[in-house]
Design a protein around this ligand. Sequence first.
Ligand code: NCD
Length: 303
Amino acid sequence: MRHLLGIDELDAGQIGAFLTRAQEYSDALKSGSWNTERLKNKVILHLFFENSTRTLTSFEIAAKRLGADVVNWNPETSSLAKGENFIDTVDTLVSMKPDGIVMRHSEYGAPKFVASRAGCPVINGGDSWREHPTQALLDALTMRQHFGKIEGLKVTIVGDIAHSRVASSNMQLLTKMGAQVSVVAPKVLMPESLPFKEIKAYDSLEDGLPGADVVMTLRLQKERMDKALISDAAYFNEFGLTFEKLEKLCPQAMIMEPGPLVRGVQMEDSVAEDPQRSLILRQVANGIPTRMAVLDMLVGDVA
Ligand code: NCD
């Protein structure tokens, strides 16, 4: 049985295989021709214990484009609200024998725990600040489509590096695929250690942005902070992307953001909406072929 729990478990060859299949689905979606019965008779269970717009919706659309049936379990209307604990909830749901589970949870490693009890592939749709592997894959697909490569790209990730699972998965994927990754954050939002020694850390845009091909910004993950570590205004003042700063520091760079974007804190509107610079909606669109590829390769029967 194969699961997708994190980029930490994948080597460059396995990442490349997901990206190749994702590109095939991206082309197929454009031409309107793919195997719409690839996951016929399969039931995918969505176990999202945390909020989601893009990830949940795009997994659902991806599954349906491949002919699967999707069950969206909802924590608010479930027996969790009656006092049932997490383990009993999980054991109850896996005993119904879905063919695949996509899950998101605030606890570190929760998808791995579910994988140990489920008789089907488990796909991590985000756990705590640890990993969000399909987001990193769709970001990589977006970069490869735009630049024609990942190797050698200079990618600067700006924001709450300490609490962001998107930063964690992207730092790992991009480094494994040969990109040069830098991270920029206020000191209070920089983790004590980074996954690879090649990754450069800066505490100002002036130091971190020059030379970047891609600037990826991440919101302040306030739900994972015990108290406010920096005010929105102070963050925007020092780390918010403005047209002026980008023109001065990295005029060629493309802007990426996994969503949800917090306007006026991470960047000003003119940057988010700049059609020359922003890849944000391309990222969202690429969620579908990327998740089709992951579901196909993990849940689809081996031909
Ligand atoms: C991210 C997440 O949930 O980790 N969103 C997403 O899946 N696109 C990023 C975030 O919440 O900031």
